[in-house]
Design a protein around this ligand. Structure first.
Ligand SMILES: [Ca+2]
Length: 218
């Protein structure tokens, strides 16, 4: 009896061992891979990446066409005064009859100066005066800034032949005028004028005259 009981015990233990092995085998030895399941739903888009680095500078482009000429610029300021004086002169030998007022223009002179300063005008004229006993002759020479001014000012020349002097058809004489003008830069014109203010007759005339202008910068 005891031997049968031992056999049954052995069988029971072996059976238990087999059962335990059967339970753990699927975990020790994996089975064949099953079929691939269906594809899942696509996920949301990811965030944008950062900007890439700046690329290299491109090549220089071709030169453009020449533009239209611009407008003329403004006139520049008058330059500084020159190192010395300026001079101009004029003369004539044309006879000019001397009438009475308003005036006889004998010569004119223009001088261009680069700055402020003083212009000194020196003028001279040779005259023939027709004199008749009993009639006084009077005449004058002046320098003015226009051709129609004949009035005595400082520096003018005035002269006369008294009425008691004997008749002389051609009395030769001369007159001299000098005047100074304070001026600014630019062009300036002056006139040598003469006139008879007593004893005018057809033989009263200027035979020749000249004018000199000298500029002295300030
Ligand atoms: Ca006269």
């Amino acid at each position: 009896m005891e031997s049968k009981t031992g056999i049954w015990q052995v069988i029971a233990i072996v059976s238990l061992i087999i059962a335990v092995i059967a339970l753990i085998m699927p975990f020790v030895i994996p089975g064949q891979e099953g079929p691939e399941g269906p594809q899942g739903v696509q996920g949301d888009d990811g965030q944008d990446g950062n900007d890439g680095d700046t690329g290299p500078q491109g090549a220089t482009g071709a030169q453009g066409a020449t533009g239209a000429q611009g407008p003329q610029g403004l006139q520049g300021p008058v330059g500084p005064a020159g190192p010395g004086t300026l001079m101009a002169y004029i003369n004539t030998g044309v006879d000019v009859l001397l009438s009475s007022l308003p005036c006889n223009n004998l010569l004119s002179i223009t001088i261009d100066v680069p700055s402020a300063g003083t212009i000194v005008i020196t003028a001279n004229a040779r005259l023939l005066i027709e004199h008749t006993f009993g009639t006084e002759d009077r005449w004058g020479l002046t320098v003015a800034e226009d051709a129609g001014t004949c009035s005595f000012q400082s520096g003018d020349w005035m002269d006369e032949i008294p009425d008691q002097y004997p008749t002389e058809v051609q009395t030769q004489t001369s007159g001299h005028v000098q005047r100074a003008y304070v001026v600014g830069a630019g062009s300036h014109t002056y006139y040598l004028n003469g006139w008879m203010y007593a004893g005018m007759s057809v033989g009263d005339m200027v035979m020749s005259s000249h004018v000199v202008a000298v500029f002295y910068p300030s």
